[in-house]
Design a protein around this ligand. Structure first.
Ligand SMILES: Cc1cc2nc3c(=O)[nH]c(=O)nc-3n(C[C@H](O)[C@H](O)[C@H](O)COP(=O)(O)OP(=O)(O)OC[C@H]3O[C@@H](n4cnc5c(N)ncnc54)[C@H](O)[C@@H]3O)c2cc1C
Length: 494
């Protein structure tokens, strides 16, 4: 009889883990609370438009291809990845613009237009980024940090790269133009980190993007999720949807199975949870002393902010708008402080604008374009406002800014469909603690050993995977966490 495992949650991390387990011959069932898989990668189809809920920038495609390669399959059978160029178009309120790309000639010419001396500084920053990429991603990105000794082993590399400094501080030591400092530090926001506080190790994202490129799945990120599900089911795995787990059943220090809202019960040799870490400990393990203790400790940690996402489909084509744009606002550090520390709903924005029909016209009906505009906002622990009241006003302000900055003066008249997603939705739909979009904030003292361990310290056959565990949020991060967790589970179940 083969060993059995249950994975709670079908986010990128849960799916990647389940594929790894099933590929290793462990009979795996995923139990997902929502009606569709994907977690943060959920999606909606409305009036001919496709709207992906979350991740849109696919980096390190090899970490995904590996999931197919484990069983000798080819990802191309299920998913078509399309390259995106430029990676991002960065714009500022003063009208300046930089196309961020791995075409070094284009990028260096762009940097030189801002400040010629910064081209050399950027080249040096890239060397730094390559170093932290090797140490932080290649060597340690999929290694479970279960004990303090593992942290000590990583200490020399952390010291060498001055990991206590922030990405913004390191970037600032190489480039002097404030806009370029923003351009090369904002990436931590994509994994929930404040560039002025997140460890400089996260500068590795530059190297990751430069070498691996930026990609988009034809049909949207949801098509990638669907491809992962298809592959998992083809391997013999089972996905159970629309039935949230209400309890991880334990017997002393062993997990024995799960119970769901519908009353369905299943036993397994091992249980892994991809659900929010606080929800897993506090709610799903409420009957076990371990759950209470771990939840109490998590309550003292810093969680990443939330996001407000305005989805809209417009009449017309907008070839002047790149697939990925960052519309920096008038403030950077002040805005970050409002979001991360002060719990203020700011008057100004820095927006990420997603325009998928620029790469894949199938994301919108002919003659139309699909978009989402995303603004980081404080989580509900810091900003406990009524989003049902504030949401529509915030959405309007965001569309105003997009219209102004992207030269669509009649944006409101062009809207065919629109809706928004708020911190309250993250809490309600995903059981996200405080409505956080990225789980624990990726600061040094909440990273690696100091993050939720991939295997619980007390309940020996309970595992964690996803943004709250090592190495953290983002698709490459949670897919890396699945590799770390699968390694432990496959060894433990052997
Ligand atoms: C708007 C947005 C944009 C982003 N953009 C990017 C990007 O461009 N590139 C990138 O790499 N990353 C991006 N990220 C980050 C990335 O999407 C996430 O870090 C990653 O998808 C999280 O995956 P996860 O494995 O932690 O699982 P989640 O996506 O958090 O999934 C967890 C799953 O568990 C389920 N669940 C919860 N409770 C239960 C329960 N009791 N029973 C059963 N199931 C349960 C949930 O329904 C959910 O499906 C973005 C995130 C957001 C929110």
């Amino acid at each position: 009889m083969s060993k059995t495992a249950i994975v709670i949650g079908a986010g990128f991390g849960g799916l990647a883990l389940a594929i790894r387990l099933q590929s290793a011959g462990i009979s795996t069932t995923i139990v997902e609370g929502r009606d569709k898989p994907g977690g943060r990668g959920y999606h909606w189809k409305r009036e001919g438009f496709t709207f992906d809920a979350g991740p849109t920038v696919i980096t390190d495609p090899d970490c995904l291809r590996e999931l197919w390669g484990l069983s000798g399959s080819d990802m191309a059978q299920d998913v078509e990845l399309m390259p995106v160029q430029p990676f991002y178009r960065l714009t500022w309120p003063d009208g300046s613009e930089l196309d961020y790309t791995n075409d070094m000639d284009v990028l260096m010419a762009g940097i030189s237009r801002f400040r010629p001396e910064d081209a050399e500084g950027y080249a040096k920053f890239l060397e730094y980024s390559a170093g932290v990429f090797e140490e932080g991603y290649v060597k340690l990105g999929h290694v479970p940090f279960l004990d303090f000794a593992s942290m000590l082993k990583a200490a020399p590399a952390l010291a060498r790269y001055q990991a206590w400094r922030s990405v913004y501080s390191i970037v600032s030591s190489y480039v002097k133009d404030e806009r370029l400092r923003q351009a090369f530090s904002f990436h931590t926001l994509l994994v929930g980190g404040d560039p002025t506080k997140t460890s400089s190790i996260y500068a590795l994202i530059h190297k990751l993007e430069k070498d691996g490129g930026v990609w988009f799945a034809r049909g949207g990120t949801n098509a990638l999720i669907a491809g992962m599900v298809r592959h998992f089911e083809r391997l013999g795995g089972t996905l159970r949807l629309d039935d949230p787990v209400t309890e991880i059943v334990t017997n002393g220090d062993r997990a024995t199975g799960v119970v769901t809202r519908s009353g369905w019960r299943a036993d397994a040799d091992a249980v892994a949870t991809n659900a929010d870490i606080m929800h897993s400990y506090r709610d799903l393990l409420s009957g076990n002393a371990r759950g209470k203790k771990a939840a109490k400790s998590l309550a003292r940690k810093r969680f990443s902010p939330s996001l407000f996402v305005a989805h809209f489909g417009l009449k017309g084509d907008f070839p002047h708008i790149a697939h990925h744009s960052i519309l920096f606002g008038p403030r950077y550090q002040g805005l970050l402080a409002d979001i991360y520390d002060n719990g203020v709903l700011p008057e100004d924005f820095s927006l990420y604008l997603h325009h998928p029909s620029a790469t894949d016209p199938g994301m919108a009906p002919p003659g139309h374009a699909s978009f989402y505009a995303l603004a980081p906002v404080a989580h509900m622990g810091k900003l406990p406002i009524d989003w049902a009241v504030e949401g529509p006003k915030f959405e309007k302000r965001i569309l105003d800014v997009v219209g102004e900055r992207c030269n669509i003066p009649d944006i409101h008249e062009r809207v065919v469909v629109k809706f928004h997603y708020t911190p309250a939705d993250f809490g309600h739909d995903l059981n996200a603690h405080l409505g956080s979009a990225f789980s624990l904030e990726p600061v040094l003292w909440q990273s690696a050993f100091f993050r939720t361990h991939n295997r619980d310290d007390v309940i020996g056959n309970l595992y964690f995977v996803g943004a709250g565990t090592h190495p953290g949020a983002g698709i490459p991060g949670v897919v890396g966490s699945a590799k770390a967790t699968a390694g432990l589970m496959i060894d433990d179940l052997a």
